[in-house]
Structures are given as structure tokens and as C-alpha cells.
Design a protein around this ligand. Sequence first.
Ligand SMILES: [Fe+2]
Ligand SMILES: [Fe+2]
Length: 136
Amino acid sequence: MAEEKREQLLKALNAALGAEYGALWLLPQHMAQVEDEELKRQLKLIADVELEHAEKSAQMIYALGGEPNADLPQLKPRHGVKEILEAHVEGEREAIALWTRAIEATDDPKLKKAFEDMRRDEEGHQRLLERSLARL
Ligand SMILES: [Fe+2]
Ligand SMILES: [Fe+2]
């Protein structure tokens, strides 16, 4: 892989890793506030997947010979179910954009597939959160 492409991909992966950390920073704080058991369970399911994404992103960064150096987003917890759901819908939108950037940064079919799978997870999260938002 050309050096420039590798650098681009590492940047995209570190940005994605930062977004995963953002979700993992906020989700437990939001789970602690939410009283609805079903919503709490949904947020927990999403957090479990984001943790897997963070691990995969870090693995890929190492596999490319890089070091994880993501900026940890300093995100303020939201208050109230509507604000919480809106914040995560927005977070998923950003994650989808970041995985799209990673997909475009590689020609490796295996990597592309792995990024597409993670983007599909984020799309599923977004739909789940939007449905919960619509039910309020
Ligand atoms: Fe994710
Ligand atoms: Fe997600």
C-alpha cells in the first residue's frame, strides 16, 4: 500500500476510534439516567457493539503498523430521554460518515468489507434510536 494511502487510512481509523470512544464515554452515563428498562437495554446493546468496534479499529491500526492516537472527545452528558436519544442519533450519523471515509480510504477488499459491516451496525443503531425517539 502506498505510504500516503496508509497514512490516510490510519487517520480515518483513528477518527473512527475517537468516535467509538465518544459513544463509550456517553452511553454508560446515559444508561445510568434512563429509567425505562427497554431503552436501557437498547443503549447497553449499542455500547457492547461500540466496544467491539473500538477493539477492531485498534487491531486494524496495529495491523497497518500504526499506533492508536485518537483524540478523546470531551462530550457532556445530556439530560432527559429526548436529548439523550438525539445526541446518539447524531453520534451514529457521524460514525456512519467516518466509516464511509474509511471505506473510501482503502482498496483492500477485506478491509472494505470490515468497514462496511461496521457502518451497517451504525445504521442499525441509528434506526433503533430513531424508532425510540419517534415513540416518545
Ligand atoms: Fe461503532
Ligand atoms: Fe453505533
